[in-house]
Every structure is written in structure tokens, then in C-alpha cells.
Design a protein around this ligand. Structure first.
Ligand code: F6R
Length: 366
């Protein structure tokens, strides 16, 4: 059942080229130059005229929501707020009939997310679900939605569900941008072509497995980790840190790289590993100077860079080169080495990666 892999988590990490493709199938048709998402058809005008989008989710799904915030604001120019479902429902939020609430949930059973939906519904908002489990409570509670086609996710730590969520949300942002006229045809076409290459790029990123295992050997006894990223890679930093915490029980934090100087930089010494996601994008130069700051304080740097980077290898102790893609699609590729790193560290520490202590696959208590 684990398809020859020692753990479900590793199997699921390696399934991602497939699960991303499955989540695009029928929605991205490159030949016909066509984007399509059945779930929004009945609500098209609502999406076009939405005054605001509120995303509610928990954990890894909340991280996918953060990526969606960047995507939707960038491509469709609608203001987006991303809320922890549990906080949202207990603070008397302002919700109107012109708001669209997007609920993201792998299991479709997360109690906090479900309760946030019920609240938003009672205020008249339109609820759109992005769920993996067909017929789940959240899928049933929403007005419309688009399923992620990740297939069953057994490992408690979410991996392929995250990339499937980001895939669906990317398509949604592209469609909204197209319908609202906030993205040019040329830009849209470029993104479609690029999105089509993502499964192959994820396959290439997975080939880094052996190299990442060696890095894991080096850092398996660390007691703390920092993960840094900017822009689209900031949510990826949060996700990398969450994966490590969950399955290896090493304390880890994700930060926007520029926030370092406002506090966390005080933590850096020769014992502090820092995973920096520094792919070639609009904040690349800034991240390079963040790496310099860390290096000057003797932090140990593991950098995730775009293939062919000439600058960072001279600065970082370990360099993981991932295939390059468009900035807005990078999370789908840059998250892969972070999933593998946490997996290997957890295995080397003898942890139960598929069923980490204190965690359950779906959290049905509030
Ligand atoms: C992370 C993880 C949890 C879930 C969270 C939301 O690896 O497993 O943080 O992401 O409990 O679950 P869903 O997406 O099922 O609502």
C-alpha cells in the first residue's frame, strides 16, 4: 500500500508530479488555450464583482491560503485577507454579501474551518471550498468549490495536499484575472505554458532527494531551525518550518527574511541552521543581502536557489538547486526540498513520520 516506500509521507511527496497534474486536468487546456473551473461557473459574476476575498483555513492549508493571497492580489487585483479559521470566528469579523469566503481544507472535516464557514454563511457571504476529500463536511457546507485531486493523503503531515491546493488556487487566480481583465492575454498565456511545465519541474526537484538526505545527516541533531523567504516564498518558509516541527520535534520558525533584523537575528550563532529560500525573483537581491547578514553572524546556511545561481554558492554552506520557474509558481517547486529535508531529519531521529505524537489527520475538535 505504500508502493514500495518506507513511509506514506515519502510516497506522497513523490506522488506530487502526478497529483499536481491531476489537479490541473480538465482545467488547464494548453492546446485550446483554455482555462476552466466548473465550480465557479454559477458564481462567475460574484467572483468578478467581489469586493474582498477572505480565506479561512488552518495549518498547512492556511499556508496555501497565504500563497493564494499573493496570487489573487497579483493577478486578479481583489483585496484578500487570510485568516486562521479559529481566530476569525471568535472576533466578530466584518463580513458582507459582497465578500467571497474561500475555505481550504484537505480533510474537509476541520472543526474550526467548518465553524468559520457557518459564521460567514450566516452573514450572507458566498462560500467557495477547496477540499481534497469528496463529500466531506466542508465540501458539503460550501456554495461552490473546486476539489484538489491529490488522492488520499495518509501521512499526518500534509505534503501533496498542499501543492494540489496551491495548483487549484493558482488556476482560480488566473481565471479571475482573465475575467476581470487584470491580466494581459500574453501574461496569461505565459503562465499557462509555465504551469504546464510544473509537474516535470517537481520531478526534477525530487531528484535532489539523495543530496537532501546528506544535508539531513549534518543537521539531524540541531535543536532549532529558522526558515526564511520573501514574497511568494514567505509562505513556503512557514510551511517548511511547520513540517519540521510536526514530524521531527525540532523547534523551527518561518520568517519573512526582512523581519530578521527586527528581532530573530539575535538568535543567530554558529549553531543556528537557517534554511533560506532564495530563488531568482523580484526579491532575489534583497534575500542575498539577508544571507550576508546571517553569514556575518556565523549562522549555518542551507540555501534553496534557482538552477545555475552563481552568487549564493559562494556564501552558503549547502546549496539546493531547484528548476527555475515563474515567481508566482515557485512555491510549487521550492517547497519540495523542504518537505524532503524534514522527512529525512525525522527518519534519522527515529521519529514516527506518518503518525507524529499528539497529532491527528483531521482535527474535529474546536
Ligand atoms: C500540517 C497538518 C495540519 C493541517 C491542518 C488543516 O501538516 O497536517 O496543520 O494542515 O490541521 O487540516 P485540513 O487541511 O484537513 O483542514
Amino acid at each position: 500500500e505504500k508502493g514500495g516506500y518506507p513511509h506514506f509521507m515519502l510516497k506522497e511527496i513523490f506522488e506530487q508530479p502526478r497529483s499536481i497534474l491531476d489537479s490541473m486536468r480538465g482545467r488547464l487546456e494548453l492546446g485550446a488555450s483554455h482555462l476552466n473551473m466548473g465550480g465557479i461557473r454559477a458564481y462567475e459574476q460574484k467572483f468578478i464583482n467581489a469586493q474582498r476575498i477572505i480565506i479561512v483555513a488552518c495549518g498547512t492549508s492556511w499556508h496555501a491560503g497565504l500563497v493564494a493571497e499573493y496570487l489573487i492580489e497579483d493577478l486578479a487585483r481583489i483585496p484578500v485577507e487570510v485568516e486562521y479559521a479559529s481566530e476569525f470566528r471568535y472576533r466578530n469579523p466584518i463580513i458582507t454579501e459582497r465578500d467571497i469566503v474561500i475555505a481550504i481544507s484537505q480533510s474537509g472535516e476541520t472543526a474550526d474551518t467548518l465553524a468559520a464557514i457557518e459564521l460567514a454563511k450566516s452573514k450572507g457571504a458566498t462560500i467557495f471550498g477547496v477540499c481534497n476529500v469528496v463529500g466531506s463536511s466542508i465540501a458539503r457546507a460550501t456554495d461552490a468549490g473546486a476539489y484538489t485531486h491529490a488522492g488520499p493523503e495518509i501521512g499526518v503531515a500534509s505534503t501533496k495536499a498542499f501543492t494540489a491546493q496551491v495548483t487549484v488556487l493558482t488556476l482560480l487566480a488566473m481565471i479571475m484575472g482573465q475575467k476581470r481583465g487584470t491580466i494581459t492575454d500574453t501574461k496569461l498565456r505565459e503562465l499557462m505554458v509555465e504551469l504546464d511545465t510544473i509537474p516535470a519541474k517537481v520531478t526534477k526537484a525530487l531528484e535532489l532527494d539523495a543530496q537532501i538526505q546528506e544535508i539531513a545527516e549534518e543537521f539531524k541533531d540541531a535543536t532549532n531551525f529558522l526558515y526564511l523567504g520573501r514574497g511568494y516564498n514567505f509562505p513556503v518558509a512557514l510551511e517548511g518550518a511547520l513540517k519540521l516541527k510536526e514530524i521531527s520535534y525540532i523547534h523551527a520558525e518561518g520568517y519573512p527574511a526582512a523581519e530578521m533584523k527586527h528581532g530573530p537575528i539575535a538568535l543567530i550563532d554558529e549553531n543556528m541552521p537557517m534554511v533560506v529560500i532564495a530563488t531568482r525573483d523580484s526579491s532575489y537581491e534583497k534575500v542575498v543581502s539577508n544571507i550576508q547578514e546571517v553569514k556575518a553572524r556565523k549562522g549555518r546556511i542551507i540555501a534553496v536557489v534557482s538552477e545555475g545561481d552563481k552568487v549564493i554558492p559562494a556564501m552558503a554552506e549547502y546549496v539546493i538547486e531547484v528548476p527555475h520557474t515563474s515567481e508566482v509558481l515557485m512555491p510549487l517547486v521550492s517547497v519540495i526540498p523542504l518537505q524532503l529535508l524534514s522527512y529525512h531529519i525525522a527518519v534519522l531521529r527515529g521519529c514516527n513520520v506518518d503518525q507524529p505524537r499528539n497529532l491527528a489527520k483531521s482535527v474535529t475538535v474546536e
